[in-house]
Ligand binder design. Sequence first.
Ligand code: ADP
Length: 407
Amino acid sequence: MKILVLNAGSSSQKSCVYEITGDTLPEEPLKPLWEAKIDWTHHQGFAEIEVKTDTGKQLQEEIPADSRPQVIAHMLDTLWSGSTQIISQPSEIDVVGHRVVHGGQEYRKSVVITEDVKKAIARLATLAPAHNPANLEGIEAISQHLGSVTQVAAFDTAFHSHLPDAAAIYPGPYEWVEQGIRRYGFHGISHQYCAARAARILGQDLASLRLMTCHLGNGCSLAAIKNGRSIDTTMGFTPLDGLMMGTRSGAVDPGILIHLMRQSDYSVEKLDHVLNRASGLRGISDVSNDMRQIREAISQGNSRAQLAWDIYVHRLRSYMGAMLATLGGLDALVFTAGVGENNPDIRAAACEAFGFLELKLDPEKNAHQPVDVDIATPDSAVRVLVIHTEEDWEIACECWRVLKQSC
Ligand code: ADP
């Protein structure tokens, strides 16, 4: 089965093709046959397309970005023409999977995209204005260029859709519940992949494990996972809630927002910009949203970079404590995404606070670029794993599961 995955973000569009043969999903994630990335922010009026294949063919192009569907069509063309060609015609693609950021309360698992599903994704754009419209654009582009191929939506919210009401409902007026204002949670595809991968690495049944997955990238979220289900998470109604992030504040006292809105020059747009783009590591340090540059600035004695680090660690530890209480114990802690996978100091700082649980990190294993391994000492009461997240692979697996179920 050849599966094309489209993963649309607000500033980029990543795509890849996997081929799954046989009657069961492979135990290890496969390498894509073809990968492409469109960078919409490359420079004014132009998009940059980068394509590479598993045989080492590469392509880099800059094309006018007046029409996004045309740019996506151009990227798709490279699948069946030119030096990066991997198939001879579009009909060789069996299914196309899309990462759809918001599935609201309606979609608790991946589904085949129908007209009704498209309408729902469009309706839910009010909750994810930067993402759901881009997802729909990808779906339409595929319909135009690959005809009636089956398309599947894998929702970032789905993994958290069984949160108990006590974790999901904000303690505002009850009308909020009726208006759909509740904790949805995000990064669900990554948390789901990491939970299953953790169980495999540990050689245990996912249903028997209490896991905490820490997705620490530009966006950051934690999930408390029990019996294979997310029972609490730090992102909320939007991806702005919870941990301190690269440019996002995470949770702040809502009274601050009331205070700011009372100041005459504060508009909703400005507040949106401040909380989503000018806060977090960047806002506090004035150096960067990138953790590597924060570390670099700290080593040069930059006190605001140090403060950004300290707040990041403090918040990470306190939300880990919250997830721990929800889980009522912990079998394994999982670190993933850019910071979680690559920054041993963050892992060490986070774990240090949980020494009282007899959680013991092996400093050697932690320091040496661990990938999909346990970095706790043998006598640690909690396993600590570093897992390379594979969201696109998980979407491909979801497509495979949806198609097999419908056979
Ligand atoms: P996104 O949420 O945009 O997918 P990533 O998961 O790529 O982001 O995470 C970006 C963060 O990961 C940045 O803060 C960056 O500093 C950090 N990061 C990425 N690669 C490395 C690395 N090799 N070493 C240290 N930090 C890294």
